[in-house]
Design a protein around this ligand. Sequence first.
Ligand SMILES: Cc1cc2nc3c(=O)[nH]c(=O)nc-3n(C[C@H](O)[C@H](O)[C@H](O)COP(=O)(O)OP(=O)(O)OC[C@H]3O[C@@H](n4cnc5c(N)ncnc54)[C@H](O)[C@@H]3O)c2cc1C
Length: 379
Amino acid sequence: MTEADVIVIGGGIAGVSVAAELSRARRVVLLERETQPAFHATGRSAALFSEIYGGPPIRALSRASRAFFTGPPDGFADAPLVTPRGSLFIARPDQGAALAAFAGEADVAGATRMVSAAEAIRLSPLLRPDYVDAGILEPDSADIDVHGLLTGYLRLLKANGGVLVAPAPVTALEPGAAGWRATTPAGAFTAPVVINAAGAWADEVAALAGLRPLGLQPLRRTALTVEAPQDAAVAAAPLTIDIDEQFYFKPDAGRLLLSPADETPNPPCDVQPDEWDVAVAVDRVETATRLQVRRIQAKWAGLRTFAPDRAPVIGFDPRAPGFFWLAGQGGYGIQTAPANARLAAALALGAPPPPDIAEAGLDLETVSPARLAGRAEAD
Ligand SMILES: Cc1cc2nc3c(=O)[nH]c(=O)nc-3n(C[C@H](O)[C@H](O)[C@H](O)COP(=O)(O)OP(=O)(O)OC[C@H]3O[C@@H](n4cnc5c(N)ncnc54)[C@H](O)[C@@H]3O)c2cc1C
């Protein structure tokens, strides 16, 4: 039996980052089911940082994460965590209303500028002139070094005496006099606080604790890489995304990363790409660009897990003392990880939220598990 102050379940970016933040002040044990951290959603992302992607809570948490990405703590990373890459939202003539509505949102207007079809093609030279009608450019978005981010947090956790145990699938979770007891094949662990950072499995972990599900839904998203024309302008192009999020593509280490931006409900598992979704990605990108895909170099899928209102779930569960949620990050869990981790660490310690996160515009109610827990009990 190992005693700790906090048990974190799940070794994706959510669990690793909050474990690292908490290890500054508490004894932390991080339990991961796989042999390595980041095997699931975290290792399968498109690695974008954008302040206008996602709903209002996500945008606030992304804004509050920027300073960490651009200026991480001393010794955290060996190389920059972010590399500039704009995001270009494009519209066909029939999508003008959607583009105008998006451009009219206050935080979008503050972070972007409108571009003409000609400028969109200059920026993203594979686009077909007869396809794109106009666009919005977010110049200050970026590519995230996900491996560097994860490694930095793991290093911080270790330096502070925190422990990662993997493989350590949690198979039972019981409350007791000494707090929560998590059972795994690698041993049993107790702590007054348990943090559920189990990604697509978060509702299943809650069920181990006897809690009704909050209704988190894993949605499959597919990505693939293909050969790109060896052209400096293509390599420097922004991430180019359809305004209705029907596809996106971006340069990726000499190749192009494509996605059909699919959202197919899928039970939690080691999800694999469906050939149909791969074909849809190729078709949509070929329709919008001059690209002709001859060979797919790599393809994968991952689960983006959403609460019913598509806002994250961060805070103590009102139904079970000491049971804390850090889940439902959807398609934005990398870009929001630094703020999510600081917020979750503060709340888990009973401290007020970091002031900069409220200043970035986050309303705590919008991420509180209480907003979903009542409904879960009524069902
Ligand atoms: C194709 C794709 C593109 C994406 N693009 C972006 C992007 O550009 N920008 C962005 O910010 N986000 C993006 N995302 C979303 C991002 O990847 C996720 O939001 C994020 O990785 C979620 O992290 P997590 O730690 O919550 O989940 P995960 O990384 O899935 O980690 C959860 C962990 O919990 C473990 N676990 C589960 N049950 C147990 C148990 N019982 N015991 C022990 N461990 C357990 C699992 O093994 C897993 O390792 C994308 C996702 C996909 C699939």
